[in-house]
Design a binder for this molecule. Structure first.
Ligand code: AMP
Length: 277
């Protein structure tokens, strides 16, 4: 992958990159289209499919994370993707099985809150694998989804801090018709949980309505949203936060332009969503 990337770079060809964990849906495909737009017809679009073990905690769903490589390849072929990079664990973490892998990239501020509280080792895995993928793919531009808002913020910070020569684009969240944010993990939802999963989207909408013309205290809004979530009895709130979209610092007064994010469990399935209010 790296030697081919070097060849393209020497020829002045732009490389657009979309890292994924596969089991692709329309949200992923919208990022691929965005990458193509950025590099043009003459550019190269690379999509990686790699379920990265270091971003899963031992208790999480690494083993059962949904996979369908043949279907993914077909979808990407139809979109005219040039390269699908599907490394294996031995290639990405050489020596790990023999305890001979020991270098990680850690972002120390933006990754601490929200997802970082619920999944303390998650972002270390994300920044490490994305740094490695950037070194392998050598992209001029890389596209990430707003769906994982905190992840995009952490990656942007890593790129700035570590001087990666790559432009980061954050593309909007694609949703199902009923508002549920598309996610590979939606597949885990059973027929009782699936209709109730729209509660995340509706909570974002409710908060948006609440601050349309005035500001509201974050504490007050959290209380109201917890009450709101009882409309979906199968939902168990992990967190709901209101914060500055740049610094990710929590705010005490929520108003237009405040970022809201929440994580909700349905059984063992954990869903996240966010919006700029
Ligand atoms: P994943 O395969 O879940 O690691 O996601 C790969 C990329 O797709 C990440 O940049 C995600 O933020 C992005 N993504 C996931 N879901 C969506 C969605 N519903 N809309 C847009 N982008 C998404």
């Amino acid at each position: 992958m790296q030697s081919r990337a070097h060849t393209w770079k020497r020829a002045g060809i732009k490389i657009g990159f979309v890292p994924t964990m596969g089991f692709l849906h329309a949200g992923h495909l919208s990022l691929v289209k965005e990458a193509r737009k950025c590099v043009g017809k003459k550019g190269i679009v690379v999509v990686s499919i790699y379920v990265n073990p270091t971003q899963f905690a031992p208790t999480e769903d690494l083993a059962k994370y949904p996979r369908d490589l043949q279907r993914d390849l077909q979808l990407l072929r139809e979109l005219g993707v040039d390269i699908v990079f599907t490394p294996g664990d031995a290639e990405m973490y050489p020596g790990k099985a023999q305890n001979r892998y020991s270098t990680y990239v850690v972002e120390e501020t933006l990754s601490r809150s929200m997802e970082g509280v619920s999944r303390p080792t998650h972002f270390r895995g994300v920044t490490t694998v994305v740094a490695k993928l950037f070194n392998l793919v050598q992209p001029d531009v890389a596209v990430f989804g707003q769906k994982d808002f905190q992840q995009a913020a952490v990656i942007k910070r890593m790129v700035a801090d570590m001087n990666f020569p790559v432009r980061i684009i954050v593309a909007p969240t694609l949703r199902e018709r009923d508002g549920l944010a598309m996610s590979s993990r939606n597949k885990y939802l059973d027929t009782d949980q699936r209709p109730q999963a729209t509660i995340l989207f509706h909570a974002l909408q409710a908060a948006r309505a609440a601050v349309k013309t005035k500001s509201v205290s974050a504490t007050r809004l959290k209380v109201d949203l917890k009450e709101f979530l009882t409309a979906a009895p199968l939902a168990r709130l992990d967190y709901v936060e209101f914060f500055d979209p740049e610094t990710l610092e929590p705010v005490t007064q929520v108003k237009r332009g405040t970022q809201m994010a929440l994580a909700v469990y349905f059984g063992k399935t954990r869903l996240i969503d966010n919006v700029t209010l």
